[in-house]
Design a protein around this ligand. Structure first.
Ligand SMILES: [Fe+2]
Ligand SMILES: [Fe+2]
Length: 248
């Protein structure tokens, strides 16, 4: 992983970080097809921008990149409806089980060690927010997009939901939620020093960190399945349906 500075070339970003590249092109100072050997510093100085502004933005975007190690091979050969079932079973059901477990452990750890470790209160607040957001997110997916996909698979139709008549509406909301979640996971890793147990940690504290690590891993895989397989698949299935119905 390269170190980000004003000497970083766009080619390095292109090779390693889709999220940073997307952030850079969104600024308009670099476009697809431009010379990738240019540095961030030169791009900024050419338009009178302080490179620090762009570098901070790129550092933030870097947190949204998905690690190469994420394995979603259990989706291979599955239909779109089967992908939905896989996600519900391995990720939604998992979250509904683990979120309350982690909350309970956190409450116990904060009351036992919170006075000596002020990070624990911050971890507790952040996790409580993430758990609440996830609860709404799962329900939103199940009631809108997942039901639309099952309709598509079973009847070749899409029944409008509270999010509109096409899969694109709920997908946009969900992609935004995923980006927020990736930022919050990055904060959680920072606050827990990548889930490392301090010397004084009791078994409850260690168990809490173990479950947080598992929650992080599972959520990264969960979002990667949705972003790279489910959402594009749903858009394609709806486009095919419209095409066959002569709506394009
Ligand atoms: Fe999901
Ligand atoms: Fe999701």
């Amino acid at each position: 992983m390269f170190e980000l500075s004003s000497d970083t070339r766009v080619a390095e970003i292109q090779a390693e970080s889709p999220a940073m590249l997307a952030a850079l092109t969104s600024t308009g100072i670099y476009n697809d097809g431009d010379d990738a050997e240019v540095t961030i510093g030169n791009l900024c100085w050419d338009v009178g921008l302080n490179p620090l502004i762009i570098l901070n933005m790129l550092a933030d975007a870097r947190k949204l990149d998905v690690p190469d190690t994420v394995d979603i091979s259990d989706l291979e050969g599955l239909s779109l409806a089967e992908v939905v079932s896989n996600i519900e079973t391995r990720h939604h059901a998992y979250l509904r089980k683990v979120l309350p477990e982690i909350s309970q452990l956190l409450t116990r750890v904060v009351s036992a060690h919170g006075a000596n470790d002020e990070r624990l209160q911050e971890i507790d607040s952040l996790f409580t927010k993430m758990a609440g957001d996830l609860e709404g997110h799962l329900l939103h997916e199940e009631e809108s997009l997942f039901s639309m996909i099952r309709d598509l698979a079973d009847d070749g139709v899409v029944t409008p939901t509270r999010c509109g008549e096409t899969v694109a509406g709920p997908i946009l909301c969900m992609e935004n939620d995923h980006n927020d979640m990736r930022r919050e996971l990055a904060q959680l890793r920072e606050l827990t020093s990548n889930y490392a147990a301090p010397d004084y940690a009791c078994p409850t504290y260690r168990r809490m960190l173990e479950l947080l690590t598992e929650f992080d891993d599972n959520t990264v895989i969960h979002m990667h399945k949705e972003d790279t397989v489910l959402f594009p698949g749903a858009k394609k299935a709806q486009a095919q349906l419209r095409e066959s119905a002569g709506q394009l």
